[in-house]
Write a protein that binds this ligand. Structure first.
Ligand code: SAM
Length: 435
C-alpha cells in the first residue's frame, strides 16, 4: 500500500482549471507521472497501425469469422490500439493478478455462483491472461469464450493449453465488438473497472457483449457497481508537496509553491488514503445495474451532493472510490438508496443531514469488492481531485455542489471531471482530465 509519498498523477495536459467564481487562478502547467495499471496511452504510445488487424483464434477448428455484426461496431481508433497495446505488457497483468482482494473476490464469486456456471456457456470480456476464464472452466463451465483484443490473448491461449483446458476455453483474439460467437451465452464475466470506476470506458464493451450474446435472465459478474465521493482532509500530502518549498536546506524556496501546486494538484491523483482522511459520509455519484445500464448513460454522469463535515479541518479535495457486487440474477438489485436518484437518468442527488446520509444498503449475502479507504488495499487505490488551496471547514458545515464525469471527446478512454463545490458561501469549480 502506498503512503503519502507515492502518488500516480500521470497525466499531461492543460485542460484544467480550478477557480473561485470570483477569483481565477493561473492554470495550465503539465506534470509528469508514472503509468500504473491502466492504459494511459495517448498518441505518444501509438505503434504503427498493425494492431488494427483483427485476429481471431481458430482453436477447436470452430468457425470464427471476421465479419462484423449487422449494427456496425464503433471503429477501433488509434487510441484503442494504444489502449490494447498497453495490455500486452506482462506488468499490468502481474499487478492485477497480485491484487488479492480483486482476484480472490472474483474467484469467490465464481464459486458462489457455481450452480449457475456449471454446464453453462460463459463469455469472459477482456480475458487478459485467461485467469477468470480458467476459474470458470474449473467451476464446471461447458464452454468459455475468452475474448481479448490485446496480444495478451496469445499468452492466454498458451496458458489455457498448459492447463489442459483447450477443449473448454476458446480464446478469441479480437474486440468483443467484432468477434463472432455463434450461440447465446448464460454468463458474462468481466473485470472492467478503471480508476474512479469509469476511467478507461471498458464497461461499454461489457454492455455490447451483453446485448449481443447474453440469454434473457443470464448472469453478469459483477452485477452492480457504485461510485462514491467524499471530501477529504490530507495535510500530510499538502505539506509533503507544497509546504516543503518553504524552507529547503535553509533556503526560502516559497516562490516554487505556486508551481508545486499546479504540478501536484492539476490532475486527479491515484493514491491511498485512510478512512481518517474522509470528512463526511460518502455520497453516491452513480449506481450501475449491469443488466440494464446503457452505453449512452455512460457518456456523461452528473451527480449533485450535499454533505456535512463531521469535524473541523482543512478540506484538501474530494476522494472517489467504488465497489462492485456479485449478485445472481434472481437477487433483487441492491437499491440505489432510491432517494439518491433524481428524475434525470444521469443525475443523482446525494442527501444531506445525519439522518439520511448513509451508505447504500447491500444484501447481507452479497459478495462485494470494495476500493473504499477503509477496505483492504487494492491496486485501484482511491482517486483524489485536489484543490490548489485548502478550505477550512467547521464541524457540521455543509459542503455542496455537483460533479460531472464525461468521456473525453479527444479520446473516449480519458475522462473529464467537472467538480463544483461550495462551502460557507464561497463557490469553486475545478476541471481536470484523467488521461
Ligand atoms: C482489466 S484487464 C482484465 C484481465 C483479466 N480478465 C483479469 O482479470 O486478469 C481488461 C482486459 O480487457 C481487454 N479489453 C478491454 N476492452 C476490450 C474489448 N472491447 N474487446 C476485447 N478485449 C478488451 C484488455 O485488453 C485487457 O486485457
Amino acid at each position: 500500500m502506498q503512503s503519502g509519498g507515492d502518488f500516480s498523477n500521470g497525466f499531461h495536459g492543460d485542460h484544467h482549471r480550478e477557480l473561485e467564481w470570483e477569483e481565477k487562478q493561473v492554470g495550465g502547467l503539465s506534470s509528469l507521472g508514472r503509468a500504473k495499471r491502466r492504459c494511459r496511452g495517448g498518441p505518444r504510445d501509438l505503434k504503427d497501425g498493425g494492431a488494427n488487424v483483427l485476429r481471431v483464434s481458430d482453436q477447436l477448428g470452430e468457425q470464427k469469422s471476421l465479419e462484423t455484426s449487422e449494427s456496425s461496431p464503433p471503429p477501433c481508433t488509434d487510441f484503442d490500439v494504444a489502449y490494447f497495446h498497453s495490455y500486452a505488457h506482462v506488468g499490468i497483468h502481474e499487478e492485477m493478478i497480485k491484487d488479492r482482494a480483486r482476484t480472490e473476490t472474483y474467484k469467490d464469486a465464481i464459486t458462489h455462483h457455481q450452480s449457475l456456471i456449471q454446464g453453462k456457456v460463459v463469455v469472459d470480456v477482456g480475458c487478459g491472461t485467461g485467469i477468470l476464464s480458467i476459474f470458470c472452466a474449473q467451476a464446471g463451465a461447458k464452454r468459455v469464450y475468452a475474448v481479448d483484443a490485446s496480444d495478451i490473448a496469445v499468452q492466454a491461449k498458451e496458458v489455457v493449453k498448459a492447463n489442459g483446458l483447450s477443449d473448454k476455453v476458446i480464446v478469441l483474439h479480437g474486440r468483443v465488438e467484432d468477434v463472432e460467437i455463434d450461440e447465446e451465452v448464460d454468463v458474462i464475466i468481466s473485470e472492467w473497472m478503471g480508476y474512479m470506476l469509469l476511467y478507461e470506458s471498458m464497461l461499454g464493451s461489457v454492455i455490447t457483449a451483453r446485448d449481443r450474446w447474453l440469454k434473457p435472465g443470464g448472469l453478469i459478474l459483477p452485477s452492480h457497481a457504485t461510485l462514491y465521493m467524499a471530501p477529504i482532509s490530507h495535510s500530510d500530502r499538502y505539506s509533503h508537496s507544497i509546504d516543503f518549498w518553504r524552507n529547503v536546506y535553509g533556503i526560502n524556496m516559497s516562490p516554487m509553491m505556486q508551481l508545486a501546486k499546479q504540478c501536484a494538484f492539476e490532475e486527479p491523483s491515484v493514491e491511498s488514503i485512510s478512512g481518517e482522511n474522509v470528512l463526511t459520509w460518502p455520497g453516491v455519484v452513480k449506481h450501475i445495474d449491469c443488466q440494464t445500464i446503457t452505453i449512452q448513460e455512460l457518456d456523461s454522469v452528473t451527480a449533485k451532493y450535499k454533505l456535512k463535515s463531521i469535524m473541523r479541518a482543512p478540506m484538501h479535495g474530494f476522494a472517489f472510490w467504488f465497489d462492485v457486487e456479485f449478485n445472481g440474477p434472481a437477487s433483487s438489485p441492491a437499491k440505489n438508496t432510491g432517494e439518491n436518484c433524481a428524475a434525470s437518468g444521469s443525475s443523482s442527488i446525494i442527501p444531506s443531514g445525519e439522518g439520511n446520509q448513509k451508505k447504500r444498503t447491500i444484501p447481507s449475502d452479497a459478495l462485494l469488492l470494495s476500493t473504499a479507504p477503509e477496505a483492504p488495499p487494492t491496486h485501484w487505490q482511491q482517486t483524489i481531485v485536489y484543490f490548489y488551496d485548502p478550505i477550512d471547514v467547521e464541524q457540521d458545515q455543509v459542503i455542496e455542489g455537483s460533479v460531472t464525469l464525461s468521456q473525453s471527446k479527444e479520446n473516449r478512454r480519458f475522462m473529464n471531471i467537472h467538480l463544483e463545490y461550495s462551502s460557507a458561501g464561497r463557490s469553486f469549480v475545478k476541471e481536470s482530465v484523467m488521461r
